[in-house]
Design a protein around this ligand. Sequence first.
Ligand SMILES: [Zn+2]
Length: 166
Amino acid sequence: MTVYLTSFKRYYETPGKEFHSYDYSAYSVAVYQPSWYAQLTKLDLFDIRDPSGQWVRPRDFINDDWLGGSPPPRDYALLRRYHDALLGMYEKRWANQPEDRQLGFLERVADRDEVWCCWCPYDKAAQRQLEDYGSFVCHTWPIETFLKQLGVDVVRDLDRERMVRL
Ligand SMILES: [Zn+2]
């Protein structure tokens, strides 16, 4: 029914609030999980590593030509390219899934509410972005776009609402 996007921290540490009010099925959309929490099933479809194993990160879409000091201003066109790069990767992976796996996935999310977790904004990269820009960019952003394309409802937690908006 609805996929709730949140962090491991929020999911595990604020029971009774937001997305922990009842027994959701929770998954990880991160490459690695915090070792100090119970491990969730990872959704490989949303791994941020490209086919060559490179991590696709916002920092790779920062304008290197910027000469006015550090950090460069947010370049929304470049961030949009980050979004589109990941979205394109997810779409390709999805298209390569056998039909029964696609159907199984769609039936699962049609049937129940789920929580999907990543580290943001408690990881170092997001903290640095918050310091430099007052916002952070999370790969759950293209995940949200992808899910909505499939007709799945998505709700972001309050942290993800603070993320950069385009
Ligand atoms: Zn994230």
